[in-house]
Design a protein around this ligand. Structure first.
Ligand code: IVH
Length: 695
């Protein structure tokens, strides 16, 4: 309908409201068709274009007239009437809907390099033909598919698994910018499936949260969660109040007109959608080449957050539909489109619960389960809270909205709580007094922040110990990952680390999801692990404070793991980097009967317990161990060490009772004090050189 015509009709109707209210059924049947068209026109101006041409009271009068007449003549109500947006009953279950065309996702790019790589793949498939691109805003909402037939809205469905989604028509209909009647037939189209994003504009989100706060209801952490949650409500009258909106960006299927033949480009699709009255995000641009694409994308990086709805990047699409068809799709995404994401490394989400995970050493580690949120291209659904003290310091409660950060290699963590989003229903987390897995009472060391379960047989700890033992940084047993360990412990096949070496191929291959070949691979990998260097075994034992580095240092000081059983505290403390904490921990570990028994069993099973014998050349310095401290005048430290080794001696980094000589250069370090304490012989650089000459 033309604007002039709509305005003229509006004026006429408003002038004769009283007589129109008293129309006969026959007169109403005819008039209602026109009245609905006029209201649709005003809806379009207001909700799609944000540019109304009449004032609210005038619109309200038109709408009231429509309602009066429909009430008077219920037989004249049509499903596409503007009054029919709300379903008068609760929708108990969402029927399943098979999309006409599977709903794929998008491949992600984050920088110029990724985008150029996307272009390279496109050009390769198009055999050098240079495509044009359309660049759009990437809306952060819920992916939705609409079906229209014979100008009427048929249904709206969520993405679901991409093939089958949920029919949420009753809620989609409440979106005022969505046309229930579309003049598709004027464009020769009889059936169409379109795709887009249902969003909750920031303003609706803030209003909703303010209302929920007043009502004492939990608040939504972000517009995306609020929108997706709203779309799946049973009560469409509640949905209608929440101010959802939607943008449409893709035609996936047509009948009557053909994609590729009659409609040749994606830009044409967008203008067709716009012309038909669908809301299309207006900031799209046709770009001639990738340089233009990049420039346009980058021009949005710092202002995308100024949009009144959430958007997390741009979407780049090959414009020609014929080219799109040649490019095709993978199972996951079309090859003719890509997202270009502006990575944020922080996001707000809500803590659904705080649970306890038992660490390898029995620590009760609190873990927050989150409403999943995407941060920098990764979905984060859980985050470690470390310990009770941390939870108290940050005042983190169950139900809180929190700012979560994920940066670089650092594991995701809670930056802070958003107390302004509290409803009063948040619960404080209480550290349990009993292990949630084995129910043994927990132990609180006043010296330590951690609370631990000291039952060494606790299945949670057993699993963690075995997983650590078999892991790549320790004994490196291939095919013995956490899922396998989890299962094997649950069915009683593994009760401790030593049981790994008792596994039999025949037993494993009988288990569900295992076959002879996979069982053999596992047994071979276990066999292989018996030959690992000693430091891997030491690390694998999971002695507190003994990581990979410390294990390597320990190996240098001993000839077999048995030495660690006998070694005394003093000797341990002289090892480079071994303060009383590490030394004490080693001592404690070997004072536990079960741990010694474990080592006995591992040895019996054939696991290597000996330190690697460094092939030593026999020479004048054979049997002597040297340590260097400070800067030497004649040699670099490496040169001096090599010289010692060439003459059959051993050069190490740390002073112990096994050190024969400490060579002292300029500005010596703490090694000198250690050597003095242990009575190790000390040589100046000159004395060292004299010694070399004499040999
Ligand atoms: S096109 C085959 N265009 O992003 C067509 N998707 O991360 C695929 N999205 O599942 C989608 N804005 O829900 C397209 N302008 C836009 C988009 C867009 C947001 C969403 C969509 C998709 C997700 C992939």
């Amino acid at each position: 309908m033309e604007e002039r015509e709509a305005l003229q009709s509006t004026e006429e109707i408003l002038k004769s409201l009283d007589s129109l209210k008293n129309l006969s059924q026959g007169g109403a049947a005819h008039f209602l068709l026109r009245l609905r068209e006029i209201i649709r026109f005003h809806d379009y101006r207001y909700y799609v274009l944000n540019d109304p041409v009449i004032a609210d009271p005038q619109y309200d009068a038109l709408f009231a007239l429509l309602k009066t007449l429909e009430k008077q003549y219920p037989a004249l109500v049509t499903p596409d009437s503007p009054t029919q947006r709300i379903t008068p009953y609760l929708v108990k279950e969402f029927p399943e809907v098979t999309h006409l065309v599977p709903m794929l996702s998008l491949d992600n790019t984050y920088n110029e390099e990724d985008l150029r790589e996307f272009e390279r793949r496109v050009l390769e498939k198009l055999e050098g033909e240079k495509p044009e691109y359309v660049v759009e805003i990437k809306l952060d909402g819920a992916s939705t598919a609409l079906l229209y037939e014979d100008d009427a809205f048929v249904r709206g469905a969520t993405r679901g698994d991409g093939t089958v989604g949920e029919d949420v028509s009753h809620n989609i209909r409440t979106i005022k910018s969505l046309p229930l009647k579309v003049p598709l037939s004027t464009a020769g189209i009889t059936k169409i499936e379109i795709r887009g994003e249902v969003i909750m504009p920031r303003a609706s989100f803030e209003k909703l949260n303010r209302e929920r706060e007043k009502a004492g209801l939990p608040l939504f952490a972000n517009p995306r969660n609020a929108g997706a949650g709203t779309l799946r409500l049973q009560d469409s009258s509640e949905v209608a109040k929440r101010g959802l909106d939607a943008f449409w960006y893709f035609i996936s299927y047509t009948e009557g007109k053909s994609l590729g033949k009659d409609i040749k480009t994606h830009a044409e699709c967008l203008s067709l959608l716009q012309k038909m009255g669908f809301k299309v995000e207006p900031n799209y641009e046709v770009c001639k080449n990738m340089d233009e694409v990049l420039k346009y994308c980058e021009s949005w990086r710092n202002r995308i957050r100024d949009l009144p709805y959430e958007a997390d990047g741009m979407v780049i699409k090959v414009n020609s539909i014929a080219q799109q068809m040649r490019l095709g799709a993978t199972l996951h995404h079309p090859r003719w489109a890509s997202a270009y994401k502006f990575q944020a490394n922080q996001a707000v989400t809500r803590i659904k619960d705080i649970v306890i995970q038992i660490g390898r050493t029995g620590t009760l580690n609190p873990l927050a389960l989150l409403e999943p949120v995407e941060i920098g291209g990764v979905t984060v659904s859980r985050v470690a809270l470390f310990n009770e003290e941390e939870i108290e310091r940050k005042d983190i409660r169950i139900g809180d909205a929190v700012l979560v950060e994920r940066a670089g290699e650092v594991i995701p963590h809670v930056v802070r709580v958003q107390p302004e989003l509290r409803t009063g229903k948040e619960r404080k987390f209480v550290m349990p007094d009993y292990c949630p897995v084995c129910h043994a009472p927990v132990f609180r060391d006043p010296e330590e922040v951690a609370v631990r379960c000291i039952n060494s047989k606790c299945p949670a700890q057993v699993k963690e110990r075995i997983i650590h033992f078999a892991s790549r940084v320790a004994m490196d047993i291939e095919h013995l990952g956490w899922q396998t360990v989890d299962h094997f412990v649950d069915i009683g096949l593994l009760k401790d680390v030593a049981d790994i070496y008792k596994l039999k191929k025949e037993t494993v291959m009988e288990l569900e999801r295992w076959a002879e070949k996979s069982a053999q691979n596992l047994i071979d990998a276990i066999e292989e692990s018996k030959k690992r260097p000693l430091w891997r075994l030491i690390h694998g034992l999971g002695i507190r404070f003994i990581g990979e580095k410390a294990a390597k240092v320990l190996e240098e000081h001993i000839s077999s793991i048995r030495d660690l059983q006998k070694i005394n505290l003093e000797e341990l403390s002289t090892i480079e980097g071994f303060g009383p904490r590490r030394a004490q921990s080693v001592k404690e570990f070997f004072s536990v009967k079960e741990n010694v028994e474990l080592i006995n069993e591992l040895e019996k099973a054939g696991v290597n317990i000996y330190a690697e014998k460094i092939e030593k050349k026999a020479g004048p310095l054979s049997g002597l161990t040297f340590v260097i401290t400070g800067t030497l005048k004649n040699y670099s430290r490496e040169e001096a060490q090599r010289l010692i080794e060439e003459l059959g001696g051993k050069a190490t980094d740390s002073v112990s009772t096994k050190t024969s000589y400490l060579i002292v250069g300029e500005a010596p370090g703490s090694k000198l004090d250690k050597a003095k304490k242990l009575g190790v012989k000390i040589l100046t650089e000159e004395e060292f050189l004299t010694l070399l000459k004499g040999k």
